[in-house]
Design a protein around this ligand. Structure first.
Ligand code: FAD
Length: 436
């Protein structure tokens, strides 16, 4: 079976075994296993060639739902889409959601995913009450903030390396509508972004798109979106599923994406709104999951794939770092369509290797057109590391051993809990066992 990650890089052939819930010992038949969800990680954290992938998607049963308290127990292969479709009509939404709903519960925990409400609600792991973890020696552990606490902390954000999560119990969020009241505010530079961000602290959801190719006075211009669940009591959920009619049927030729087309796109997108402020009511799908509306959108980057680069740096140096990074990108003419900027809040992630920390985070996409992109990202790494930042393993396919070790200070503690028979291409690379 050929599995590729969402960024289509690296491109490997992987062996997988589908799992079924039987309650009996799981087929941990290899000395190198890695659980796999829906492969929405961009890089090699969801790959394990030549080891075995444990395909968790057959673990797709709901086990119990307390609709008074909003507590859901489900197998780890259940997707965020399936959860929303079952719980939103009853007034309960995900406590935290990434920018796609085609993610499994196991994947959401293993990367301790974050969303537009990080400044208020923290990460997904902050809402997990318990889960079961199966180790390669057949032991089963119930893990919670109070029971097997260390294993709980190692598994949240633990990149699938501590064992197999079979089921998860977590707290949903009570909401007043499936619609979001959204305000979109145009900002002209990063100083304005930080001012609006400060003023918007009480909005549940905040996120910004930035034109990362703009230069001079326009450097750091973009659109700031902030929203709350509407009070209209409308829970009719319009589903966008994997059969969405919009599809990119094959890898597009890479020449279509160049400095000119990207600049034209960014200018048009920035100018789609004339006024400083626009207000709208949006269904949760376009608000949280705009990219899910186009199946296989990752193919627009061509057959060599793309790299996503997401970093976080502390607030103290946030504005300077983001400015410096934009200047480098703009000079390189390798800008991305997608530049997403957000302030992370104070709530600490429970995971030893969780990516989020208080500060400023920026996510960028780069088509792989040659070695220049790797060189550019190495330059960006130096800026991030010298400012005490880190990059997101779920999106990474290239960070160096030095970068990983320097930016995840709990690594040694984590390694005590890693399962000796679980591994990944990512893990072997960042531990210096293999090269890209
Ligand atoms: C369009 C898009 C937008 C995104 N937006 C965001 C965002 O806003 N915020 C964010 O944080 N992330 C975001 N992501 C990344 C995505 O949320 C994560 O990579 C997520 O972990 C993918 O889950 P998955 O089910 O596809 O797991 P996979 O990618 O298949 O695997 C991810 C990790 O989970 C482990 N894993 C999977 N199942 C289990 C299990 N049962 N037991 C133990 N380990 C397991 C795997 O070993 C692997 O390490 C986005 C991705 C895309 C494509």
């Amino acid at each position: 079976m050929k599995y590729t990650p969402w960024g289509n890089f690296p491109n490997t052939q992987e062996n997988s075994v589908p799992l079924n819930w039987t309650g009996s010992p799981l087929p941990l038949v290899s000395d190198s296993c890695l659980p796999r969800g829906l492969g929405r990680s961009y890089g090699d954290s969801c790959l394990n060639s030549p080891g075995l992938l444990l395909d968790c998607t057959p673990l797709n049963h709901f086990l119990s739902f307390d609709s008074e308290q909003g507590i859901l127990k489900a197998e780890a292969g259940v997707t965020l889409q399936e959860i929303i479709e079952n719980t939103l009509p009853k007034g309960w939404f995900l406590p935290v959601t990434p920018g796609t709903k085609f993610v499994t519960l196991g994947g959401a925990i293993a990367n301790d995913v974050h969303g537009k409400n990080h400044h208020i609600d923290g990460c997904f792991g902050n809402h997990v009450l318990r889960f079961e973890l199966v180790r390669s020696n057949g032991e089963r552990h119930i893990c919670s903030p109070t029971e097997n606490r260390e294993l709980f902390r190692a598994t949240i954000g633990g990149l699938g390396l501590t064992g197999l999560i079979t089921w998860v119990e977590f707290q949903l969020k009570k909401v007043t509508s499936a619609n979001i009241d959204v305000e979109t505010i145009k900002f002209h530079n990063l100083k304005e972004f930080f001012e609006i961000s400060e003023e918007s602290k009480n909005y549940l959801y905040t996120v910004s798109w930035v034109d990362c190719l703009a230069t001079g006075d326009d450097l750091g211009r973009g659109l700031f979106m902030r929203g709350q669940h509407s009070s209209d009591g409308d829970f009719s959920s319009k589903s966008v599923n994997s059969q969405s009619p919009l599809n990119v049927p094959f890898n597009l030729p890479s020449f279509l994406l160049n400095g000119l087309t990207m600049q034209a796109f960014n200018t048009l997108y920035y100018n789609k709104q004339f006024s400083k402020l626009s207000k709208s009511k949006q269904n949760y799908n376009p608000f949280f999951y705009p990219l899910d509306a186009v199946r296989n959108w990752n193919r627009i980057y061509g057959r060599n794939g793309f790299l996503q680069y997401q970093f976080v740096v502390p607030h103290e140096s946030g504005q300077e770092v983001v400015e410096e990074i934009f200047k480098k990108i703009s000079d390189s003419r390798m800008g991305s369509f997608l530049a997403v900027l957000k302030n992370f809040g104070k709530i600490k992630s429970p995971g030893l290797l969780s990516f989020p920390r208080e500060g400023v985070t920026l996510a960028l996409d780069f088509a792989i057109k040659g070695p220049e992109v790797f060189q550019l990202l190495e330059e960006l790494d130096k800026i991030i590391i010298s400012n005490h930042g880190r990059i997101y393993p779920a999106k990474d396919a290239r960070m160096s051993t030095e970068m990983f070790k320097a930016s995840f200070p709990n690594l040694d503690e984590f390694l005590k809990w890693k399962d000796p028979n679980f591994s990944s291409l990512f893990f072997r690379r960042v531990m210096g066992e293999t090269k890209i």
